[in-house]
Design a protein around this ligand. Structure first.
Ligand code: UFG
Length: 352
């Protein structure tokens, strides 16, 4: 299948492109390259790349028709796109608080444009709209009421980033019901690790995530690690998260699309999004991540306890039973040591 991957030059998007290619699909990436890496798409993943803003209607139209210049001379030229996987979004929680307009414009406004172009195309072709898989987040839940969190947990996001993702979820619910736009919504917990080949991985600038920061401190790229709070109501006082391997997240996207296609083959009307949490169901504290990283890398680090970071809940752990049951999704790399070993291999290669 020909699949448009928005944000495919980013961390999770690039791993999804790899999973799609390995499953025999043909991805094309759209990315504004503000945080994404063009060379990963062009030289490592070797798939077509359209550089541009998601809200650019004529460009989206050309891409969905297979008429974008980046598709010239490829197998995808002049053939319509058959599904969209939508990662493109800004994802810095702190920045979303100081500059919410940026988040609502990009994450919400531009997504609405994408959906409108998809609907217009379907109308013109007198077909049902093509399916979309949307990257949502556990940040849409807000403070946890119970652990592990299931998909029906109440959603009260506490920052504009989570709010912008929740608003897109609402759009997808309404668009499925009104226009039969089929969708899958994945709520990721903490994406971590890197492809086992170590040729793609996490590379954010600025980097805010725990695991790359731990590795930065261990490799000497940073002088020390700050632990944001050690007085949480958890066994060792540091925050607990559910770390899920990015390649496992990527696999779920292929399975989500396959489920939609199976339902469509059976001519089932998909009047609501299929919604799944993606996590391992096991929580690790910041302290446990550090200890495991020491074991995996054989390195030490300097860690200072700093004050709590605003908006960090003490504990976030997913129940992903629904994805196991309905999609047959089984994480291949559930243990933290493997996740850290893959992250470390990539980190050493990227920063050597
Ligand atoms: N942490 C530190 N020091 C650091 C970085 C992080 O102690 O240098 C701690 C955080 O306080 C938190 C844990 O490590 O307790 C994990 O932090 P990350 O920044 O790696 O991940 P988050 O849990 O904050 O973020 C993830 C996703 C976001 C999403 C959020 C929802 O990456 O996209 O969950 O809470 F919004």
């Amino acid at each position: 299948m020909r699949i448009l991957v928005t944000g495919g030059a980013g961390y999770i998007g690039s791993h999804a492109v790899r999973a799609l290619t390995q499953a025999g699909h043909e991805p094309v990436v759209l990315d504004n390259l503000v945080y994404g890496h063009a060379e990963i798409v062009e030289q490592v993943l070797k798939v077509p790349l359209a550089s541009g803003q998601l809200g650019d209607r004529p460009m989206l139209d050309a891409l969905l028709r297979g008429q974008h210049p980046c598709l010239q001379g490829t197998n995808m030229e002049a053939k319509p796109i058959e599904a969209v996987i939508h990662f493109a979004a800004y994802a810095y929680v702190g920045e979303s608080v100081s500059d919410p307009a940026k988040y609502y414009r990009n994450n919400l406004g531009d997504t609405l444009t994408l959906l409108e172009v998809m609907l217009a195309m379907a109308k013109e072709q007198e077909k049902f709209p093509i399916p979309i898989v949307f990257s949502s987040t556990c940040a849409t839940y807000g403070p946890p009421k119970q652990i592990p969190m299931t998909e029906d947990h109440e959603q009260n996001p506490i920052n504009p980033y989570g709010q912008s993702k929740l608003m897109v979820e609402k759009l997808l619910i309404d668009f499925a019901s009104a226009y039969q736009l089929p969708s899958v919504i994945f709520r990721y917990f903490n994406a971590a690790g890197a492809d086992p080949s170590a040729d793609i991985g996490e590379d954010h600038d600025p980097e805010t995530h725990l695991i790359p920061r731990v590795l930065d401190a261990m490799s000497g790229r940073e002088p020390y690690l700050q632990i944001f709070g050690d007085d949480y109501p958890t066994p060792d006082g540091t925050c607990i998260r559910d770390y899920i391997h990015v390649s496992d997240l990527a696999d779920a996207h292929v399975l989500g699309l396959e489920r939609i296609w199976r339902l469509q083959e059976k001519e089932e009307i998909i009047s609501k999004p299929l919604i799944y949490n993606l996590g391992n169901g096991t929580g690790y504290s910041v302290q446990q991540v550090i200890e495991t990283a020491k074991k995996v890398t054989g390195r030490g680090l300097l860690a200072h306890v700093a004050k709590r970071r605003d908006g960090d809940p003490a504990q976030l752990v997913a129940s992903s039973i629904k994805a196991h049951q309905e999609l047959g999704w089984r994480p291949r790399y559930p243990d933290l040591e493997t996740i850290l070993a893959h992250a470390w291999a990539w980190h050493q290669k990227r920063h050597s």
